[in-house]
Design a protein around this ligand. Structure first.
Ligand SMILES: NC(=O)c1ccc[n+]([C@@H]2O[C@H](COP(=O)([O-])OP(=O)(O)OC[C@H]3O[C@@H](n4cnc5c(N)ncnc54)[C@H](OP(=O)(O)O)[C@@H]3O)[C@@H](O)[C@H]2O)c1
Length: 197
């Protein structure tokens, strides 16, 4: 398969690109390359598809879930993350539907906290919105296309980077296996949890 992985230079996307790359042709995308697009800027996604043509699958592991306390001083700063992670992924699906071949798949990324923590309200809103979108939009997929969203918890390598206890995280390779199943399997319209703590 020819598979576009957006966010392929990141911790999760890198592991996904490596795993899928063992059996498939992977097109690695991020704002800084090798292929460039910003999912927060739909015209750059259009240009990307114009450049690469049709694909068999699109996987999006891009963006990040910034913490936004309710008392963040400006609305613009509070809503940071909404444009790329929620609206960007929805806009990506609207475009990918036109460019993924019959029977192919689109896989997005949400995320979950073990329990709500202060400052995580926007993250919860975005992730819940994404999952609700996928469950409903799956009904509108044409030509046998499949649409799913992977919901990771803490990733071990991320905790290491943050100087936190890595034992509480799932290794990126294990997270990537869930994305591989979404691409190679037949699941459709689901939120796919990542096994782990
Ligand atoms: N890591 C975790 O513990 C964890 C847990 C739960 C959920 N998640 C979610 O999983 C996703 C990936 O997390 P990660 O830890 O792998 O992030 P990461 O290491 O920061 O990597 C993010 C990747 O996305 C790219 N990217 C960022 N913004 C983009 C944009 N607007 N358009 C296109 N590409 C963009 C980055 O490259 P450029 O900066 O060059 O564009 C990079 O390749 C995020 O949505 C995150 O919220 C992560």
């Amino acid at each position: 398969m020819k598979i576009m992985v957006i966010g392929a230079t990141g911790i999760i996307g890198g592991a996904v690109a490596r795993s899928l790359g063992e059996r498939h042709e992977v097109l690695s995308v991020s704002r800084s390359g090798p292929l460039r697009a910003d999912i927060g800027e739909p015209e750059s996604v259009d240009a990307l598809f114009d450049e690469v043509g049709h694909v068999d699958a699109v996987v999006c592991c891009a963006a990040s879930g910034a913490m936004s306390p309710l008392d963040t001083p400006t609305d613009d700063r509070y809503w940071t993350g909404l444009d790329a992670k929620l609206i960007g992924q929805v806009n990506l699906v609207r475009r990918a539907v036109q460019r993924v071949r019959d029977g192919g798949s689109i896989t997005l990324t949400s995320g979950r906290f073990t329990e709500p923590v202060s400052g995580s309200s926007l993250g919860f809103l975005i992730n819940a919105g994404l999952e609700a979108f996928v469950h409903s939009a799956a009904l509108e997929m044409p030509r046998g296309l499949r649409l799913n969203v992977v919901s990771p918890g803490w990733v071990r390598e991320t905790l290491q980077l943050l100087g936190m206890d890595p034992a509480d995280g799932t290794p990126a390779a294990a997270v990537a296996a869930v994305y591989v199943d979404a691409v190679e399997g037949d699941v459709h319209g689901r939120t796919l949890p990542v096994p782990g703590r």
